[in-house]
Design a protein around this ligand. Sequence first.
Ligand code: AMP
Ligand code: ZN
Length: 468
Amino acid sequence: MKIYNTLSKEKEEFVPIEEGKVRMYVCGPTVYNYIHIGNARPMIVFDTVRRYFEYAGYEVNYVSNFTDVDDKIIKKAVEEGTTAEEVSQRFIKECKKDMADMNVLPATTHPLATQEIPGMIEMISDLIDKGYAYVVSDGTVYFRTRRFSDYGKLSHKNLDELEAGHRSINVVGSEKEDDFDFVLWKPKKDGEPYWDSPWCQGRPGWHIECSVMAKRYLGDEIDIHAGGEDLIFPHHENEIAQSEAANGVTFSKYWMHNGFLNIDNKKMSKSLGNFFTVREIGEKYDLQVLRFFMLQAHYRSPLNFSAELMEAAKNGLDRICTAAANLCYQVDHAKTEEFTQEEQQYLEEAHTYIDKFKAAMEDDFNTADAISAVFELVKFCNQHTDEASSRAYVSGLYDILKQLCDVLGIIVSPQEEMLDADIEAMIQQRQEARKNKDFAKADAIRDALLAQGIILEDTREGVKWKKA
Ligand code: AMP
Ligand code: ZN
């Protein structure tokens, strides 16, 4: 399996630290609002990476944090007259709902920054002891960036070049030893959440959170660290500096970064006002469509979001789901059980699409090509099945289609719809129950039907039903 590694700027063969296992950390959102569709991109693409590893037989320990203490959260809490904790808890819940609707699997662990403060204090103390960090008079702790000789290895930046670009923004009077030093711990301001520490009452810097959570849940050395490309510098560069200075080993073997999502070919940003929340998109489309739309592009490419492209994604997804539904129907209504010889050959041919799919995924998770293989399989199924097909054959094809869609996190199994005859039978039972004055049973049957989206109406001509 090949993975493009931002560290080497090359596709590299994936070799896990521990055989058969993958330790993976994905930087999660700051929870002060509903997530937007840009935040959804890393969730969807790295969930798919995880699903493929699992399909390939790896055991994946997948950790993704929620940043639940941050200036933006505090600002929102002040605006709403509530606490930062209430704001972050609320939006974590909403985020998890969006993730479920996009069929993003829950992480093995979703740590919260606020629950990991002791680990952060420990790592910061360790960095101070090792000479990689220092405290200034107000209790702020800074990382001594130049002390870490590998600084810049991920973003391929050189501090001296950066310095030339940054000279104009030197902060006069700061106690920082150097412009490139960044905050590990900062003193509280009035009304802000804070924790006790050896340096001052305050809170951690953003970068230290991820170094500590990755260490706690995955260990000092991890296989894959991922996030959006905007995080390469400075966030991931700083995480490397902190973790490697403290732990003395390579932090992550592979660094994966997704490209940005743009809207109508413009950078999507809150300040420009051109962004959509996942919730808004969910009002118009099944969020499976958003997932499918994202996976039709390579994860490293920039991706443009527009109404037309979403419509195209919806049509593509419908094509796959219709083929799956047809296969299911044929499985249920097949007149013969066993393969013909010709069917056996066709099924073997259908397996070549699995190979194509795998080859695409093994090449740096090329989901665009993997989806092409799924479309080819759909075409093949439509061409080579009919009402005379045997059950063994059509269920074999369905299994292949479902297997590949499962890896992409695309749900194709049709919702079990109640047949009219079953509904009529239940209505009959309810009538019987009413006749016997067993109203509890009659109500239970009505509720059971309602749960299936069937509404009963008692009319003068008898009981009528309709779909909700
Ligand atoms: P944030 O809450 O801004 O820290 O973002 C959480 C994750 O979403 C990070 O991995 C970001 O890189 C990613 N992200 C934010 N905006 C976009 C975007 N427009 N396109 C793709 N990824 C994004
Ligand atoms: Zn992070």
